[in-house]
Design a protein around this ligand. Structure first.
Ligand code: DX5
Ligand code: ZN
Length: 224
């Protein structure tokens, strides 16, 4: 079970310190939300900031790109040091478009490639790609902002991924907290992203420990 705090909710004026603080608190991956102001109605950071993060981070950088035309940006994020790079199904032209992005990621040596699905994007049309992916990100909010409410209806996609035998990581992102995170783990997710619930906690280490225990307990009671 991997806990991936989303840096979107950290103090951007002290990025290096926040990275250190969240790593010491037990973060497994550092989730980095890249938004371009086109694919989503918000604008965050780009390759130079990811490169700066890579210089100070020990944990893998899990870069979630909410951008149009992801293929164009693969090389820049590979050079910046992304360890996991997840693009959106809605941003590419079908299976062929997705395969171009995956091929570019492999060519540029990005260690893990993920495909993200918005809450209203069905999984089935993308299933032919599963063998080529290291991770599927099942979005539990519409991307763009932290602090939104969890959409429980997407859990069916996580369950289906495991039912049909997907062996890669299943990540869930958006609205995870002490109540919703166990539902994700029980459904089969193994990478849990949380922004506001972790960075908003009075004690981030305590919150990460609690999340890990809740997730492990949820899996233990329902080891499907
Ligand atoms: C939403 C981002 C998320 C976001 C999660 O567009 O992809 O990673 O930061 O934040 P919370 O946990 O606050 O919903
Ligand atoms: Zn994200």
């Amino acid at each position: 079970m991997l806990i991936a705090p989303s840096l979107l909710s950290c103090d951007f004026s002290r990025l290096a310190e926040e990275v250190r603080r969240i790593e010491e608190a037990g973060a497994d991956w550092l989730h980095v939300d890249v938004m371009d102001g086109h694919f989503v109605p918000n604008l965050t950071i780009g390759p130079p900031v990811v490169a700066a993060l890579a210089r100070v981070a020990q944990a893998p950088l899990d870069v979630h790109v909410m951008i149009e035309n992801p293929c164009r940006w693969v090389e820049a994020y590979a050079k910046a040091g992304a360890n996991v790079w997840t693009f959106h199904a809605e941003a590419v032209d079908g299976l062929e478009g997705a395969r171009e992005v995956i091929a570019a990621c492999r060519e540029h040596g990005i260690p893990k490639v993920g495909l993200a699905l918005n809450p209203d994007t069905p999984l089935e049309p993308w299933e032919p790609l599963l063998d080529e992916l290291d991770m599927v990100l099942v979005m539990s909010v519409f991307p763009g902002f932290g602090g939104q409410s969890f959409m429980a209806e997407v859990l069916d996609k996580t369950r289906r991924l495991r039912r049909i035998g997907f062996q890669g990581h299943v990540q869930m992102d958006g609205g995870l907290n002490g109540e919703t995170l166990p539902l994700c783990a029980e459904a089969g997710a193994d990478v849990l992203v949380s922004g506001s619930a972790i960075f908003g906690a009075p004690d981030v280490k305590q919150r990460i420990d609690e999340f890990r225990q809740l997730a492990e307990a949820a899996v233990a009671t329902n080891p499907s």
